[in-house]
Write a protein that binds this ligand. Sequence first.
Ligand SMILES: [Zn+2]
Length: 318
Amino acid sequence: MQQHSGQHLLSAVLEKHFAAKTISFHLSADVETIDIDRAEITPEQLAAVEREANAQITANLPVRIRYVDRTEAESLLAAGRLRKLPPREGRIRLIEMEGLDLNACGGTHVRSTGEIGALLLRRTEKIRSGLRLEFLCGQRAIAAARADDQLLRQLSVLLSAGRAEMLAAIERHQAERKSLVKEKEALREELAALLAANLIFEPGRLREWQPAKECVTPTDSARLDAPLLRMIASKAIAANPASALLAWLPLGERVSVVLAAGKEAGIDSGKLLKEAMQQLGLRAGGSRDLAQTELLADSLAVLLSSLREQVLAMGWKQ
Ligand SMILES: [Zn+2]
């Protein structure tokens, strides 16, 4: 009842003071919305609508029901006194909020606008026909404000900041995060360069590398992931243009596999990996220099031997 009467009042305020017509409304278990024929509304206008709606609630206008016949209803509509008239014959039931609104409606209403309690406008959303406004009345408005307050308290604890400082705290966290990500990327580049420099290649021999077994310290392999494996392979091959590298890294149930070949190796990594994966019924791509794929650990042995076979067939040694 509070929500429905609140909708009448809000629609009337929007039309009277802000020239915005209500196209439709929706009352549900947890949120009320009305759609208006306006493309946008500024936060200041929204606050003004809310202020005016609450002033009309505080004014405690009597809400009355009266019945008119179709002809009278039509003349009221023509005179601009009736906000809406459904296409119905016979007696028309009108709900009047004294001095504010006259609307045809069959619903149950409060006896005076004061019973609506309060009206809280929430978020707005652009829709095809205009703008959707979310609102809540009475106890629901209080409950929503209470939930917001609870959320702000939790955020305040998480951020170790009072309400006035919360925005600045989030901005600080974001800036810190950005610089940490940058620092992490620089460290990964450095780690990749170090691990690539440690890889020793023999001419004409396919270099196989399983970092989990060969890394200098356990932390090196613990910090490895598929993009880093790729980065290392690319650096190693750039420094050894006549070499080829086959590297793999277990990632839980899956394994990342990289085949990389230097400019002078005469090996098309993308083509070889694609063909080897095809034998397993899987797909892969990649460039001549470097190709990477991921597959289930069960299939790794088959993929590796197929790749070796292809490389050895080109006259390389294992
Ligand atoms: Zn109604």
